[in-house]
Each structure stands twice: as structure tokens, then as C-alpha cells.
Design a protein around this ligand. Sequence first.
Ligand code: SAH
Length: 258
Amino acid sequence: MKLVIIITVVVLLFSVLFCCLPFMNGIGMNAIVFAKKSVEQLEEEYVLRRKKMVKSQIAARGVKDKEVLEAMETVPRHLFVPEELRGFSYRDEPFSIGLGQTISQPYIVALMTEMLELNSDDIVLEIGTGSGYQAAVLATIVQKVYTIEIIEELGIQATERLKRLGYSNVDVKIADGSLGWPDKSPFDAIIVTAAAEKIPSALIHQLKRGGRLVIPVDNAYLGQDLLIVEKDDEGETDIKKTIPVRFVPLVKEKDGVK
Ligand code: SAH
């Protein structure tokens, strides 16, 4: 009987000790480090996925610009989508991330960025902030990014996200991007990540001489073409049609989006 009592007491003592372990100095730290390690492991997994994404989806399709490839490998795409969709974020496709908004396919982000022929001291305007992902890719390469989003909630979310992730060279404005950002113009490059019916004249006007505008524009076949508009040193523009694309439409303020 005595032995049974002793064993019960010992077992109880060990149970109490075991329960208290996480709260004890040193040993408790081990538990925290363990939890943190699994987050780090997850991050390592995302680094590998990005490397694979760049190799198999982007470089394999002909994107060569070193800065663009590096930026695509650096920007944590999974942190620009809702938590429950992170697992899908490195797939070779665009997808909807709520509020009628789409995050573009990684290849299209890289291709459009390459088409801008950016330099490190460039000032770039983006229309269609969305998640802020494209803006972060641009911000990794250039000096300053101005980006405009028409849906207030998205604009606020993207502002907070970009700030939290340390992209301090991005300014977000909530407005109709078709009008551009006159007081910050002219821009070395302009990128529009929603499809326009026609190229907004304000954007051509706000493009620097020698600058480039990349924009998806509706074509006569119910699709869209990705256009490159180049402004030469005399201010003349030349429009080049590249590939067919699919973007959400560029909406006007009077459509009641805001
Ligand atoms: N570049 C984004 C994806 C763009 S999706 C990213 O990297 O996540 C297109 C975005 O354009 C949507 O968020 C949509 O709300 C926005 N948009 C549509 N019309 C607009 C307009 N007139 N001005 C500014 N943003 C607009």
C-alpha cells in the first residue's frame, strides 16, 4: 500500500513538473525555439518554391533580365495573398484573392517588369495596386514606386502590407489611376495591371521622354493585348503589340467602385 502511495505521488510530481516545463526559464525557451523553427522551416520551403518558380516558370519562358529574376526570387509572394491561400501562391497561374481582385501569374509580373527596361534610379507609376505584389517587385529594382488603387479597402491593406514588409520606397494612393498621378510626374516607366478600353491619354502625357508604358488593352476579339508604348526623345510615341493577356478591367470612378 505504502509503495502504491509513493508511486502515485512520484507520478503526480512528474506530471506537474512536465506541465510547467514550457513556463520555466531555459527549458521554456526550448519550446519557443521549437515553435519558431517550424516557422523558419516554412520560410525555407517558400525560398525553395520561389527559386523553382523563377527557374521553371519565368527564366524557362525567356525572361532574362537579371534584376527582374532576382526581384522575383526575393519578394515573398505568399505574404501578398490571404493566409489560407499561401499554399497556392507559387503556382503557375493568376488567382482571385477577394474583392474582385486578382494576383497576376508570376510569369506575367516578371515579363511586364522586364518590358519596362528599368534602371535603379527610375521613378515608376503603377495603376492597379491590388495586393501590392507587383509594386514590391518594382520597388526591389527601382528608386521609387507610386501606385494607385481605386478600391479603398485594397489600397489600405496594400499600404499596411508594404509598410510591414519594409517596402519604404512605395507610395499608395486611392484614386482612379486612369488619371495618373500628375504632381509626381513625369515617370520613367508606367505599368497598368488592369485592362483598359484604350490607352489613357493622361498616362502618355505623364510618361518621360525615353520612357515606357506597359498596358493591357482590349482588342477587337473580346480579348486583350499587352502593349508597350515607347515615348522617344522628341515626345513621339510608338506602340508595340506583344502577347494576348487576361486582366480584370480598369474601372472608372463613375462605375461606383469606390
Ligand atoms: N498589381 C496587382 C494586381 C492587379 S489586379 C498585384 O500585384 O496584386 C487589378 C487591380 O486594379 C485591382 O485591384 C483593381 O481594383 C484595380 N483597378 C481597377 N481599375 C482601377 C483604376 N481605374 N484605378 C486604379 N486601380 C484600378
